[in-house]
Design a protein around this ligand. Structure first.
Ligand code: CMP
Length: 147
């Protein structure tokens, strides 16, 4: 049964020129990329996307980081896409990823706890919310709601 998840290459990943290697890893791991768009996120979009973190001490830093440059947003599809993409990217903290998950995407391109180069939906509910946050169905197929 195919499943979809939202993947994002964050500003540090785009800036560090990791788009090609991450996409190759995604495709080599059996995912299809069914939608993609490069966007410069604004403050309101990031605040809304990360609303569940609004009360955290790192929230304003997170907003600043996520608006610091363009991101690449993708919808990935395969069986078990949500859990498999989370496994592939590794732990949130890039330093932990380097120590314990050396083959993970964050070990490859993440810088620290905040600048961890990629995002992945953490549950089926999040995946539905995050995909429809950035994409909607129209007569011409999927279109971005944020450009
Ligand atoms: P992500 O899992 O995409 O979603 C929340 C983001 O907030 C996370 O990646 C990191 O970029 C950032 N983040 C999470 N925890 C912390 C923290 N303790 N300090 C700073 N940034 C964090």
């Amino acid at each position: 049964l195919k499943e979809k998840t939202l993947a994002m290459i964050k500003p540090d990943g785009v800036e560090g020129d990791y788009i090609d290697v991450i996409k190759k890893t995604i495709l080599a791991s059996g995912f299809n990329i069914t939608q993609e768009i490069q966007l410069q996120l604004n403050e309101n979009t990031v605040k809304s996307f990360y609303a569940e973190h609004a009360s955290k001490s790192f929230f304003s830093d997170l907003v600043q980081y996520m608006t610091s440059g363009p991101v690449l947003i993708m919808v990935l599809e395969k069986a078990n896409a949500i859990a498999d993409w989370r496994d592939l990217i590794g732990p949130t903290d890039s330093n932990k990823a380097k120590a314990t998950h050396p083959k993970s995407v964050r070990a490859l391109c993440g810088l620290d706890l905040q600048r961890n180069c990629v995002h992945g939906s953490d549950s089926p509910q999040s995946a539905v919310r995050e995909i429809s946050f950035f994409f909607e169905k129209s007569s011409s197929g999927f279109v971005s709601t944020h450009d």
